[in-house]
Design a protein around this ligand. Structure first.
Ligand code: GLP
Length: 256
């Protein structure tokens, strides 16, 4: 696990964006795993400002709410279209179909699709309870793409995108932990103090299903990009910050 701590959220986003940009450069074809939520929004702006050439890139998103069609304003389909796809042409893009008549079958279909494409780089955020995609605490480590019930805390955290809590869907289709771990490379971005506890578990504590992101410690090629707030509960970050505060970012020691 390579962990970089930037001075602020914008620098963290720039670092993660630069990694993605470098990986896409000079490739004829690339499969990029994308995420939703607030965290990647700044990076998607950078794709647009830079007019990053993604015509050779196939994207696969992590998850989608069950019950929301692609045109629903709070669907992840709509989010991706508005934040990225409308302005940056990709070769193809895929998300699970939230309004499929049979969600279990749709999860199986999506798993096959992701496996057959093979993800070169997966971008991730992290939930306050340590979830990645919608793999909530307690999810089996070998989970494939599946239907999941969202926890009360995740629905509460995502409520800001909806009018009312009761509008937040109760279930989602999500890539599983095993699906995500199959990506060749992973870049996870976390910013803000809200994420500090989950980040501390992810990089400094023993792997446990109670904090799903801890599984990333077992992946051979992971970069975690944080701002100082998200790193604020990490023991080594507190020490490193004093030592190297003049640099744009610094690395910290981890379990893995
Ligand atoms: C949702 C998404 C995750 C995302 C998480 C954090 O639950 N399914 O993929 O990482 O929210 O979101 P945010 O970046 O808004 O904090």
């Amino acid at each position: 696990m390579n962990v970089l701590v930037a001075k602020n959220a914008l620098d963290a986003e720039r670092i993660a964006y630069t990694i993605i940009k470098e990986r896409l450069a000079g490739k004829n074809a690339f499969v990029l795993g994308l995420a939703t939520g607030s965290t990647p929004v700044g990076m998607y702006k950078m794709f647009k400002q830079d007019a990053l050439d993604c015509r050779h890139v196939t994207s696969v998103n992590l998850d989608e709410y069950i019950g929301l069609g692609a045109d629903h304003p709070q669907s992840y389909h709509h989010f991706m279209k508005e934040r990225l796809f409308d302005e940056v042409p990709f070769k193809e893009h895929f998300l699970p179909q939230g309004d499929a008549p049979d969600a279990e079958k749709e999860a199986e279909r999506y798993e096959q699709l992701v496996r057959s494409l093979g993800v070169d780089l997966q971008l991730l955020g992290i939930g306050e309870n340590g979830h990645i995609a919608f793999n909530e605490p307690g999810t089996a480590l070998d989970a494939k793409t599946h239907v999941t019930e969202l926890t009360a805390s995740t629905r509460e955290a995502n409520r800001r995108f909806f009018n009312e809590l009761s509008d937040v869907p109760t279930h989602a289709i999500t890539m599983g932990l095993d699906t995500i771990m199959n990506a060749r490379e992973i870049v996870l971005v976390a910013t803000g103090t809200r994420k500090a506890e989950a980040v501390h578990h992810m990089i400094e504590r023993e792997p446990t299903v109670e904090w799903p992101a801890t599984i990333l410690q077992a992946h051979p090629s992971v970069t975690i990009v944080l701002d100082v707030e998200a790193a604020s509960r990490c023991d080594d970050a507190r020490q490193a910050r004093g030592r190297e505060a003049a640099d744009r970012f610094f690395s910290i020691r981890t379990n893995a």
